[in-house]
Design a binder for this molecule. Structure first.
Ligand code: CMC
Length: 391
């Protein structure tokens, strides 16, 4: 029979049971496996958080070491992948490149395609955690015509990411503790966010028993859109536009409130937070710290703060409970770190990777049925066919 309930955008439909991430949107609380995001951002490192999300417990020192060593062993990307990368124009957006290359990995790693045992699951997981940062660094460096390689096995996971991205010509960046800590924190804050658009995509693609790499590739595409992860790039472009327009924040507030104008205040509003996004609070403080530590003065930060002030005291935003979200201040930090604007959403993907993996693994271990939503059909139910010459 047909379905009778419609929930466009799944605003009030649970698609799964999950024990990965706890979120209370009214109170602005976010916890991974029960641990508060504030505490994790302060005390844990990204790889520990990845382990926690994926396997459910904080790792012991030896578990963490083994995890890292398995990831490193699996970080080699087939040299032929460089040929695929070469075929993209330099102007290609790195999110499209990354999604394509992640999908291409299935061709070079056929074992990852059919995942049956727990061992297969584990191998896919360490393999994607090893290879993904390499693809990220390659997609960024390729744009500037810089040489590609694998970084340094003796470095930590996040340190190595910076090394691969920046070595030659910015070697000093890779050893800079401020940058390593800032990136670590940003990646932790992005690591999971329950059933958002990209994560739901990863779960639903995986529910057909497609492999992890193929599911992650689909998740990257979902994340790219400006209403989701693409918002961090869109925020910076918006702030730039406001600056170029003489810093007229009131004008852009007016546009955002105008229902005839498609413009939205990027980095504001959230499907589930009807209060401050707890990640935005941490990132705002971090932006001040990182820019201060690096001695960077960015007028864009002042514009962002001004805009936030205005929005928080504006009836339109107050009534709709629109607060700054995770994407509002993150780009300002990435920019201070020397990361190009087009790479911002890629950085989000890098952070979200453990979350996608954890949710995909949970879906497989729970033996969830294939995802297959229903519809309310509104078209013609039956029509007689007319040959083309008679139409
Ligand atoms: N600027 C102006 N008005 C807004 C905004 C905004 N950023 N966000 C929501 N509204 C209005 C919207 O027009 C609607 O008004 P009305 O009730 O008069 O029709 C009301 O607020 C509710 O919005 P909605 O679009 O029904 O809410 P949603 O849950 O479908 O959308 C959202 C959530 C995040 C897509 C939306 O707030 C948005 O487009 N924000 C800007 C893009 C952005 O920052 N996205 C990043 C989200 S956070 C992390 C991530 O996923 O990357």
């Amino acid at each position: 029979g047909g379905v009778t309930t419609l929930d466009a955008g799944f605003k009030n439909t649970g698609s799964c049971k999950s024990s990965v991430t706890f979120l209370d949107g009214e109170k602005g609380i976010l916890r991974y496996r029960g641990y508060s995001i504030e505490e994790l951002a302060e005390k844990a490192d990204f790889l520990e958080v990845a382990f926690l999300l994926i396997f459910g417990e904080l790792p012991t020192a030896s578990e963490l070491e083994k995890f890292h060593s398995d990831i490193k062993k699996n970080s080699i990307v087939d040299e032929d992948v460089k040929k695929i990368l070469d075929a993209f124009p330099k102007s290609a957006h790195p999110m499209g490149v990354l999604s394509s290359l992640t999908s291409a990995l299935t061709a070079f790693n056929p074992d990852s395609v059919n995942v049956e045992s727990e061992e297969d699951l584990y191998n896919s997981i360490v393999s994607i955690l090893g290879k993904f940062p390499v693809l990220v660094a390659w997609s960024m460096r390729k744009k500037s015509g810089l040489p590609l390689d694998y970084g340094d096995k003796n470095l930590g996971y996040v340190e190595n990411i910076l090394k691969m991205m920046f070595k030659v010509p910015n070697e000093e960046y890779t050893q800079n503790k401020i940058l390593v800590d800032a990136l670590d924190k940003l990646l932790i804050l992005h690591a999971d966010h329950e059933q958002n658009c990209s994560t739901s995509t990863v779960r639903i693609v995986g529910s057909s028993h497609a492999g992890l790499f193929a599911s992650i590739s689909a998740g990257i595409s979902a994340l790219w859109g400006p209403l989701h992860g693409g918002a961090n790039q869109a925020v910076l472009e918006m702030l730039e536009a406001i600056k170029a327009d003489g810093g007229d924040t009131k004008k852009y507030m007016g546009k955002a409130k105008d229902k005839e104008d498609p413009f939205r205040l990027m980095g504001f509003g959230h499907r589930v937070y009807k209060n401050f996004d707890p990640r935005a609070k941490i990132i705002k403080v971090a932006a001040d710290e990182v820019l201060g530590d690096l001695g960077v003065q960015d007028p864009i930060l002042d514009i962002a703060k001004g805009l936030e002030q205005e929005a928080l005291s504006d009836d339109y935003f107050v009534k709709r409970k629109l607060y700054p979200n995770v994407d509002f201040y993150s780009g300002i930090i990435y920019r201070a770190m020397g990361i190009p604007t087009e790479m911002f959403t890629v950085m989000f993907a890098l952070g979200r990777l453990p979350g996608w993996i954890a949710q995909w693994r949970e879906m497989r271990l729970n033996k969830e049925p294939i995802g297959r939503p229903r519809q309310l059909y509104t078209g013609e139910t039956e029509r007689a066919f007319t040959a083309v010459e008679n139409r």
